[in-house]
Design a binder for this molecule. Structure first.
Ligand code: AMP
Ligand code: MG
Length: 539
């Protein structure tokens, strides 16, 4: 960003708080837990913290907000983005939403610990909403305290930015600030709560509106407020659709389906498991939102879920995410149905969702494999067989695809090459190489031969293909154990690893010589360690 566009002081951040200006407010002013009827939000002020201290900030989000390094590193910054000091144009509020949790309607949820500071217009005219997560209770806090602990805040901060750099649609994170307070949490839900450092992430997105923001009004038969929020959302976040009308609502729903499909395809590409795909955690803009007990696939296991609360039913397992997204979209369709009063357009969009998803998933897999394009005749079995091969023996998904680009495809007499030679570039991806049987080796090599033959007929130049593959298959992802190591250090007051990870994850597709330690597969000690393999919702 050129210096003339950057701000000289945080006081000059340009606020334009359209959400609260255009939508109905809760008339009740006091901050106590309650049902909020007929309103989209309640005004609420963040709790003051004793000693806010900056842990990390994102340079890219800093640029988006026209801020500078000096401003982000100033004392004022930590004061403002911990909610300790409000700027004069801030008008903080928490929004009202409901949601289906694990398939069941849960009624009013709302921003229980998210406080919106307002919306910024940057010098390009882009609108960015700022939201503090963990800044204290709101009318939507139910029985909880409104705060957040350092471990979950590190995870949210790092993953938001890692996803952005991986080109996965996501909400962003400007800053991670320690509050200086401690927060009581029962991390394992086993009756042994302990004090943990409190922290606040400032999240940034064009909008934080969720499916649940619409669901709450239709569940109460409040079509008036439902329509106001839908019209507001279309005018603000989908202006290209034109003025709201029945036709526009139908188009709008279709676009939400498209954006959601695109987001899930990206998750499948990088091996991300959200962990809590409740309808209140689904963004209307198709952004990955609410980083809780998420996880990254290490060994490829389509049934894996990182969320201990979901260990039984595995509703939110890796391979089920598209189906869940469609189920969530169906709930959104029910919610906005009163604006259209026809089922057919919704049914059409929902069935298109499956088709689109399937098509985009196939084309994404073709890109991961370095093919020019997906050809049903050859690639349907190629991919099905690959997914089976990945499950024969513990195989690191990220390393496997990254290393696949190094497989020798020039071999003319494929039948003469030894299996070991073919597989050599992939060996680093295997967790227990000594347990690879002759049978496994035969199957993996059979697949590799099938793959190489396919590449040979595709005829893409070797270097071009490698480059393509390395643009779709990241080398660096936020491995669960890496996040946990950074958290362990941060909890001891050493934030260097959080900042190192932030830096490495800015270039996930680059080789980054010297940074290989951040690309290593999960070490054995992390296999069963809390925070590394399974996570609870406690945060
Ligand atoms: P989540 O599972 O994080 O998506 O949260 C579900 C609901 O619980 C949302 O309404 C959150 O705002 C709320 N919530 C989660 N943790 C807290 C907390 N510590 N304090 C207040 N509300 C919370
Ligand atoms: Mg949530």
């Amino acid at each position: 960003m050129s210096p003339q566009n950057s701000l000289h002081s945080l006081e000059t951040l340009r606020f334009d708080n359209r959400f609260i200006r255009d939508l109905p407010a809760d008339p009740e002013k006091s901050n106590h837990q309650r049902e909020v009827i007929g309103a989209c939000y309640s005004r609420v002020v963040p709790v003051k913290t004793v000693q806010p201290a900056l842990v990390a900030y994102s340079k890219e989000v800093m640029d988006d907000l026209d801020l500078t390094q000096a401003l982000c590193e100033s004392d004022d910054f930590a004061q403002i983005f911990s909610g300790n000091r409000l700027l004069s144009d801030m008008d903080p509020y928490a929004t009202c939403y409901g949601g289906h949790q694990f398939g069941h309607w849960a009624g009013q949820l709302g921003d229980g610990r998210a406080i919106n500071l307002g919306e910024i217009l940057n010098h390009k005219g882009e609108r960015w909403a700022l939201q503090l997560k963990g800044a204290g209770p709101t009318p939507y806090s139910r029985s909880a305290d409104g705060f957040a602990v350092l471990r979950s805040s590190v995870r949210e901060f790092l993953c938001s930015e890692a996803m952005f750099h991986l080109r996965v649609p996501t909400t962003r994170a400007l800053s991670l600030v320690l509050t200086g307070e401690s927060v009581l949490r029962d991390m394992f839900y086993d009756g042994h709560p302990k004090q943990e450092p409190g922290a606040i992430v400032c999240r940034v997105a064009p909008s934080f509106t969720r499916f649940g923001n619409f669901q709450i009004f239709s569940s109460r038969g409040d079509v008036k407020t439902l329509k106001r929020l839908a019209d507001y959302t279309i005018r603000t976040d989908f202006p290209h659709l034109g003025e709201p009308s029945k036709e526009t609502y139908i188009q709008w729903f279709k676009e939400i389906c498209d954006k959601t499909a695109e987001m899930i395809v990206h998750w499948m590409r990088v091996g991300f498991v959200h962990g809590v795909m409740n309808t209140d955690n689904m963004s209307i803009l198709g952004l990955t939102i609410d980083y809780g007990p998420y996880g990254w696939l290490e060994n490829y296991d389509p049934n894996w879920t990182p969320n201990t609360t979901d260990a039984q039913g595995r509703r939110y397992r890796f391979a089920h995410q598209a189906q869940i997204a469609q189920w969530n979209l169906l709930q959104l369709a029910y919610a906005i149905y009163p604006l259209v009063e026809e089922t057919e357009p919704f049914e059409k969009s929902l069935s298109l969702f499956s088709e689109n998803y399937e098509e985009q998933w196939q084309s994404m897999m073709a890109q991961k494999l370095g093919l020019k394009k997906y050809e049903t005749k050859t690639d349907e079995t190629l991919i099905t067989d690959l997914l089976a091969v990945l499950q024969l023996t513990e195989t690191d998904m990220t390393l496997f695809f990254r290393k696949l680009a190094q497989v020798d495809v020039k071999t003319s007499s494929l039948s003469d090459v030894r299996d070991e030679t073919l597989m050599a570039p992939l060996m680093e991806a295997y967790y227990t190489p000594d347990q690879i049987t002759d049978g496994h080796r035969a199957e993996i090599s059979k697949w590799l031969r099938q793959y190489i033959r396919r590449l040979q007929t595709d005829g893409l130049e070797i270097e071009t293909r490698r480059k393509q593959m390395n643009r779709f298959n990241p080398k660096y992802v936020l491995r669960n154990y890496l996040a946990q190591l950074a958290i362990d250090k941060s909890e001891q007051g050493d934030h260097t690893m959080v900042n190192q990870l932030l830096e490495v994850l800015r270039h996930p597709y680059d080789e980054q010589p010297g940074k290989e330690e951040f690309a290593k597969k999960r070490p054995d000690w992390a296999r069963t360690k809390a925070g590394c393999s399974m996570l609870s919702c406690s945060s």
